[in-house]
Design a protein around this ligand. Structure first.
Ligand SMILES: NC(=O)c1ccc[n+]([C@@H]2O[C@H](COP(=O)([O-])OP(=O)(O)OC[C@H]3O[C@@H](n4cnc5c(N)ncnc54)[C@H](OP(=O)(O)O)[C@@H]3O)[C@@H](O)[C@H]2O)c1
Length: 275
C-alpha cells in the first residue's frame, strides 16, 4: 500500500474504501471484508447512516488504531460553528472512537453560507487533536477561494467527484498549488457506463486486469487518493489488487481522452440540499 503525505505530515493510504449507500449492518460486513483484504483507510459520513456499523467493524478487527485511517464528514444541515462541534461529537460517539484521522465538510452549500463558520469549528477540533486532519469535500474554485481567504489552517484534502469522465484537472492543479491533496469520490464512475468503455477493456486485457483495476491505476499514477466502494467480496479484493502493474504514458493518455466533463452527482456550486 502506498501512502500520500498530507500537509499535516500524516500519512494517508492512497487507496481506501468507501461505504456510501451501504446500510449499517452491511457496512459492518463490508468494512470487515475490506480490512481483511488489506484496506486500512475507510471513508464514511454522518449522512450515510453507517458510522456505527463501520466503527464496530474497525474495533472488532483488533487492528491497532494507529494503523487505521478513518474519515467522516459534517453533514449540510449540521453546518455552523456550534452545530459542527456537536455533530462531530455525535459522529465520534457513533463510530466509538476518540478521534478521526480526517474530518471533512461534506458540501459547501453556498446558499446556506455557513462553511466559513463551520471551518472555524473544524480548526478547533483539529487543534484539540480530535480530528488529526481537517478538509473539504465538493469545494470548487469559487468556494475554495473564499474559504482559504479566512482560513488559519489550510485544508488537508478536497474530496471531489473525479473519474476518467470527469478528470478535474483544474481542481487538481489548484489543490497542488495550495498543498491540498485531491481525493476522488466515485472513482469508478459508480460502476456504470465508465467501466464499459472499450479503451479500458483493451488496456486491461494487455495487463491481465479488469477495467476497474485500470481506472484505479490511472488515479494512483496521477497521485489522486481513491476510495472505491463495493459490497461484493471478490470486487473488494480486485480493487486493492492494483499495485503489481503500471500503465504506460501512452495508456494514461488514451484514458485521458475519456474526459467529457460529465458529472454523476450535482454541481457543488448549485447543491443546496440539506437532507
Ligand atoms: N463526498 C461526497 O460527496 C461523496 C459522494 C459520493 C461518494 N463518496 C465516497 O466515495 C466512495 C466511492 O464512490 P461511489 O460509492 O459513489 O462509487 P464507486 O466507488 O465509483 O463505484 C461503486 C459502484 O461500483 C461497483 N463496483 C465496485 N468495484 C467494482 C469492480 N471491480 N467492477 C465492477 N463494478 C464495481 C459497486 O458495486 P457493488 O458494491 O455492488 O460491488 C458500486 O455499485 C463512496 O462510497 C463514498 O465513500 C463521497
Amino acid at each position: 500500500m502506498i501512502d500520500v503525505t498530507l500537509n499535516t505530515g500524516a500519512a494517508m493510504p492512497q487507496l481506501g474504501f468507501g461505504v456510501w449507500q451501504v446500510p449499517d449492518d452491511d457496512a459492518y460486513t463490508a468494512v470487515k471484508a475490506a480490512l481483511e483484504a488489506g484496506y486500512r483507510s475507510i471513508d464514511t459520513a454522518r449522512i450515510y447512516e453507517n458510522e456505527a456499523g463501520t466503527g464496530r467493524a474497525l474495533r472488532d478487527s483488533q487492528i491497532p488504531r494507529d494503523e487505521l485511517f478513518v474519515t467522516t464528514k459534517l453533514w449540510n444541515s449540521d453546518q455552523g460553528f456550534d452545530e459542527t462541534l456537536r455533530a462531530f461529537d455525535a459522529s465520534l460517539e457513533r463510530l466509538g472512537l476518540d478521534h478521526v484521522d480526517l474530518y471533512l465538510i461534506h458540501w459547501p452549500v453556498p446558499e446556506q453560507d455557513k462553511y466559513v463558520d463551520s471551518w472555524k469549528a473544524m480548526e478547533r477540533l483539529h487543534a484539540e487533536g480530535r480530528a488529526k486532519a481537517i478538509g473539504l469535500s465538493n469545494f470548487t474554485e469559487k468556494t475554495l477561494g473564499r474559504l482559504l481567504a479566512s482560513a488559519d489552517v489550510v485544508p488537508a484534502v478536497n474530496q471531489i467527484e473525479l473519474h476518467p469522465h470527469l478528470a478535474q484537472d483544474r481542481m487538481r492543479e489548484l489543490g497542488a498549488e495550495h498543498g491540498i491533496a485531491t481525493e476522488a469520490w466515485s472513482p469508478l464512475g459508480q460502476g456504470k457506463e465508465l467501466l464499459g468503455e472499450p479503451v479500458l477493456t483493451e488496456i486491461g486485457a494487455a495487463h491481465g486486469k479488469s477495467p476497474a483495476q485500470v481506472v484505479l491505476r490511472w488515479h494512483l499514477q496521477r497521485g489522486t487518493i481513491v476510495i472505491p466502494k463495493s459490497v461484493t467480496p471478490s470486487r473488494i479484493k480486485e480493487n486493492i489488487d492494483v499495485f503489481d502493474f503500471e500503465l504506460s504514458d501512452e495508456e494514461m493518455g488514451r484514458i485521458g481522452t475519456l474526459d467529457s466533463g460529465s458529472r454523476l452527482g450535482p454541481d457543488p456550486d448549485e447543491m443546496n440540499w440539506l437532507g
